[in-house]
Write a protein that binds this ligand. Structure first.
Ligand code: BGC
Length: 766
């Protein structure tokens, strides 16, 4: 505090000494140091303006659409749409003009963004608006942007440079739309496939999630300025292991589990420079995350030294009062949230008045408000918003959907599709299978774009049917449309497909979940679409069985954000492909993989259990997990973490560790030879796991500690080297302090987390 006071005094003194009038305030001087600009501006702001900076609203067009489609009574439960009953749009306009709104979300056109910004430019201090948007896989929530695969697919590519590249391109497309803040990366570690949001995460492994998340942060933010956007690591924390699989349900997690599993990706995100964080809907061990001082003060700002701003999630401060009931009034909820460390409120009308009152009543010191406002202003300065409040409509489409970004979207789809089963049927031979039945709810639907995507122009989406026709033009594809809705499939259409299958040479059934936001109420996956089972919905199983009963080979293609326990298909069909939510070129990429134009390379970033009864099923479980296995049904997953087939064959040999024994603090070189002994070139994801054999605290049976994505031509061999650094051997002791314990470790290298796919060597730490 002293520092800031001194700074203000010296600024004022400098102005007086120079004898000049304050014609151009320091905060408007681009060449002035960031801190001076922030302090100068802060010193000019009224309390109302300060609290206004901490206030986010939904955009005007969003308000209009919500008013037309929902009732006020729906507001409490809806997390996608909102309006402000009793407050006409004119109020939002005048609040913006008066500098009482610092941020908007859900503004999805450049025209509206520039318009709202022009209102802010009329305000006394002309503090620009920062526009936030859920650009989860490209700026897909807005029309006419590149739509990449969702995070789960990117995680399955194990390609961290791809994650960076997509984030960088997304930042450019966002800035071309005057958007400055993405509510991504979601760095939650997904440990429950019932939860509908698995698709927006990087899967179940803390190490992989950490790396992917950190690359996204770097890619989005770049060096700030006009090319960067603010990244937001979310949701802090525990919502990805809800007690019942439902979004926002309580999380009951030990401090050990938090520190071992859920915290690392957030800490790495902070280390990568993330300047914003969103708190989670859920309560954690009895305390709502939004009022959790331990999380926000002790861990985030205390231990990790986070310097950015904390934003609440949708109506979650409200829910501290009206749902969790740990605050007797809304105003009390705001008080608790601010005192716990929240900096910005998403979204609503009572905030400004209540928070100003809390300050005037002396309950919240104004210095606490200043702390938050400093962070918000600093970000706005760093993003260059004061100098460049608008984006140029004439140039916007030079960036959005440009050929380079489209190429990345296609490449990403190719890298993220996992081949789960192949009895030799794939790649398909067009000369053998001339007439091919294509059916299933996802065969010809934009649902391949995935959750967090608006409807995009049809010419910017290649459905799977279109992709097949494009990639194998001579094949006669017979399409039986099952419509898009898995909950209301027509038995007659299922029969029609079964009938047509008899006259075809091969069947492709495109099944899975429905995540398309445009049909929010009908979805089976995605945000707020949690399920109590993980089987296919509706008549999809019947469709698969009836089509397969034709006796013609049947390929199953899954479009889904969550793992699906497709047990019958796994046992009876010759080929299964999981395309996740592959984005705008998903159809092309799926077809290229089916026809062998692309060799599949992706590996599962999540375990695929057989049924909900197996949950929690993760590869990095504790040694006793299956000591007494289930009776009658298997205790093994349908497909393990790290698993994915290819059209070529990779042989692992000559694994070596440089030393049998190392000293504490020393690194160990480990290597393995990987040979492509098949006939096609391809990429292999070489995985390294470690097990600590004996320890004071129980340790997982194995943990991913490194990986390498390598390209191998047919017949080519490469020796892959890894360095097992001391941090990879550490764990948290009984007092939750990091320790590298002496003793035996096993290092495992191979093509999946399954023991049968791993070569192993042991070594000792002295
Ligand atoms: C989600 C957040 C999202 C926000 C704004 C919430 O319902 O949980 O992840 O950023 O809405 O769309």
């Amino acid at each position: 505090m002293k520092y800031y006071k001194l700074l203000i005094i010296s600024l004022i003194a400098a102005t007086m000494l120079s004898g000049k009038k304050d014609v151009r305030p320091v905060y408007k001087d681009e060449s002035a140091p960031l801190d001076s600009r922030v302090e100068d501006l802060l010193s000019r702001m009224t309390l109302e303006e300060k609290v206004g900076q901490m206030s986010q609203f939904v955009g005007i067009e969003h308000i209009k659409a919500s008013e037309a489609s929902m009732k006020a009574s729906d507001l409490k439960n809806n997390t996608a749409m909102a309006f402000y009953p009793g407050f006409p749009i004119d109020s939002v306009i005048s609040w913006t003009e008066n500098g009482n709104i610092g941020s908007f979300l859900h503004v999805i056109t450049l025209k509206e963004a520039n318009y709202l910004q022009s209102l802010a430019m009329k305000s006394r201090l002309q503090i620009p608006i920062i526009f936030g948007i859920d650009a989860i896989h490209g700026n897909a929530n807005a029309p006419d942007n590149t739509v990449y695969p969702t995070n789960i697919g990117i995680a399955c590519s194990f390609d961290t440079t791809l994650a960076y590249k997509i984030a960088r391109e997304t930042a450019l497309e966002m800035r071309a739309m005057n958007m400055h803040w993405t509510f991504n990366p979601n760095v939650e570690v997904a440990r429950d496939p019932r939860w509908g949001r698995v698709g927006e995460t990087f899967g179940e492994d803390p190490y992989l999630v950490s790396l992917m998340g950190a690359e996204c942060v770097r890619g989005y933010q770049g060096n700030f300025g006009q090319d960067g956007v603010l990244a937001c690591i979310k949701h802090f924390v525990g919502g990805s292991e809800p007690i019942n699989g439902c979004n926002g349900a309580p999380a009951d997690l030990s401090e050990r589990t938090l520190r071992e599993v859920f915290f690392p990706p957030f800490e790495k995100g902070v280390d990568a420079g993330a300047m914003s964080l969103m708190t989670a809907h859920n309560e954690l061990n009895g305390i709502p995350c939004h009022t959790n001082e331990w999380l926000l003060k002790d861990i985030l700002r205390g231990e990790w030294k986070f310097k950015g701003l904390v934003v609440s999630d949708w109506m979650d401060m409200e829910h501290v009062h009206d749902l969790h009931a740990t605050a007797e009034s809304l105003k009390e909820a705001y008080y608790q949230a601010i005192m716990a460390g929240e900096d910005m409120h998403m979204h609503g009308i009572h905030w400004n008045e209540d928070v100003c009152e809390l300050v005037r009543e002396g309950r919240i010191p104004e210095s606490r408000i200043d702390e938050s406002v400093r962070k918000i202003l600093a970000v706005k300065f760093r993003l260059g918003l004061f100098e460049h409040p608008y984006a140029d409509p004439a140039k916007t489409m030079d960036v959005r959907l440009c050929p380079e970004h489209r190429a990345t979207a296609l490449e990403a789809a190719r890298e993220s599709i996992v081949l789960l089963k192949n009895d030799g049927l794939l790649p398909l031979s067009p000369s053998k299978y001339k007439k091919v039945l294509v059916t299933g709810i996802n065969a010809d639907d934009p649902n391949i774009l995935g959750d967090w995507s608006a409807a995009q122009k049809p010419e910017n989406v290649t459905t799977i049917l279109e992709g097949l026709r494009q990639v194998s033009p001579k094949t006669d594809f017979v399409f039986v449309d099952q419509s898009w809705d898995p909950r209301n499939m027509s038995p007659a259409k299922v029969e029609e497909a079964a009938e047509k299958a008899r006259g075809c040479d091969l069947n492709i059934v495109v099944a899975g979940e429905y995540m398309f936001r445009a049909r929010w109420e009908e979805r089976t996956g995605g945000e707020d679409s949690d399920r109590s089972d993980i089987d296919l919905v509706g008549l999809q199983n019947e469709l698969i069985r009836k089509v397969a009963a034709s006796g013609k080979p049947t390929v199953l293609v899954l479009v889904t954000g969550r793992p699906l326990g497709v047990v019958w298909p796994a046992e009876h069909l010759p080929a299964i492909v999981c395309s996740w939510e592959p984005g705008m070129y998903g159809g092309q990429a799926v077809a290229e993989i089916l026809y062998g134009k692309v060799t599949p390379s992706a590996k599962l970033a999540v375990t695929i259990p057989r049924s909900v009864g197996q949950i929690q099923m993760v590869y990095n479980h504790k040694p006793s997990q299956y000591f007494h296995p289930y009776v009658m049904k298997p205790s093994t997953p349908l497909w393990p973490f790290g698993f994915g087939l290819s059209y070529t064959k990779y042989d692992y040999s000559d694994m070596s560790v440089a030393n049998d024994t190392i000293a504490r603090g020393q690194s160990l070189k480990v290597s393995v030879k990987v040979t492509n002994s098949g006939k096609m070139a391809g990429d292999e994801i070489v995985q390294l796991y470690i097990r600590d054999c004996y320890s004071m605290v129980t340790r997982p049976v194995k943990e991913l500690k490194d990986f390498a994505r390598i390209h191998l031509g047919a017949g080519e061999s490469k020796t892959v080297e890894f360095s097992v650094t001391p941090d990879k051997l550490e764990y948290l002791d009984k007092n939750l302090k990091p320790i590298e314990e002496p003793g035996e470790f096993i290092v495992m290298i191979g093509s999946s987390s399954d023991d049968s796919d791993l070569l192993k060597k042991s070594f000792f730490v002295q």
